[in-house]
Design a protein around this ligand. Structure first.
Ligand code: 13P
Length: 288
């Protein structure tokens, strides 16, 4: 199946009270692990690409070529969206030109008037091409690939202004943070999320910083309108731990254990296991 916009899968998720996972990709192993797991579990999925990861993978055209190739060669039939994560205005345009099926424009660091203006322009372009677009209000805390956010709670009135521009989905800061949550983290602000959902109605809401959020909070967030949850760091930790174990056990020194296809296999399997756990928690299994 060819790449699809995230609109239909997220509209269904919001109505069905589950969430679709966005898993960030870094290379071939990441992409293959996520696609195979989604297919095995019959789950829709969103592949996230940050601008930094796009550069690392030799540019957006390379990413589009790799993902499209895998969809065909691995016979993937579940809905897959290829999505720019925390994009700049120019980054969004570049991804649209390269063949992404979905983009995020993160204008949360601009004054709201400028965020509105730039988001509106991109909504027009995405609409004309059938591409889904995510906007952001109220920055997500922490640092991801050089994108640093203060972690404020979004203003529900501003969320409504952005939603009314016709974006497909909306990321709103509700105390969530990219990467590891500090021990003194106050948790998600469900009061803010509830107020945002009341103002934005059917709009699928996006929860960034999915790594390390306790299960009960994830479930409550879904019940309050979150239909897309982003996970990045947790797959990186899983890959790192499995790779470390392989080397610490000396397996890279035994026989042909140095072969990259063997060396990277435990990490790839660990990503699959992490993605499976998240899809089960988010409720997207069997929803393709
Ligand atoms: P984590 O790295 O905390 O899982 O966040 C991922 C994310 O929000 C990508 O935009």
């Amino acid at each position: 199946m060819a790449l699809v916009s995230a609109k239909e899968m997220l509209t269904k998720a919001k109505a069905g009270k589950y969430a679709v996972g966005q898993f960030n990709i870094n290379n071939l192993e990441w992409t293959k692990a996520i696609l195979l797991t989604a297919q095995e579990l019959n789950s829709p999925v969103i592949l996230g690409v940050s601008e930094g990861a796009g550069k690392y993978m030799c540019g957006y055209k390379t990413v589009v070529g790799m993902v499209n190739g895998m969809l065909e060669e691995l016979k993937i039939t579940v809905p897959v969206a290829l999505h720019l994560d925390h994009g700049s205005y120019d980054g969004a345009l570049a991804c649209i030109a390269a063949g992404f099926s979905s983009v995020m424009f993160d204008g949360s660091h601009y004054p709201i008037a400028e965020n509105l203006e730039k988001t509106k322009e991109l909504v027009g372009i995405c609409d004309s091409k059938g591409i889904s677009i995510e906007a952001e209000v109220g920055s997500i805390g922490g640092e991801e690939d050089g994108v640093v956010g203060a972690g404020e709670c979004a203003d529900p009135g501003e969320c409504k202004q952005i939603a009314d521009l016709g974006v497909t989905m909306l990321a709103a800061g509700i105390g969530n943070i990219h990467g590891k949550y500090p021990d003194n983290w106050a948790g998600l602000s469900f009061e803010t999320l509830d107020a945002i959902q009341q103002k934005t109605g059917d709009m699928p809401l996006v929860l960034h910083g999915g790594t390390g959020i306790p299960e009960d909070m994830i479930k409550k967030a879904i019940s309050l309108g979150v239909a897309k949850i982003n996970v990045n760091t947790e797959c990186q930790w899983a890959f790192q731990e499995a790779t470390r174990k392989y080397i610490e056990e000396g397996k890279d020194k035994a026989g042909k254990g140095f072969d990259p296809r063997k060396l990277l296999a435990p990490g790839t399997e660990a990503i699959k296991a992490t993605v499976k756990t998240k899809m089960e928690l988010f409720g997207s299994v069997g929803k393709a």
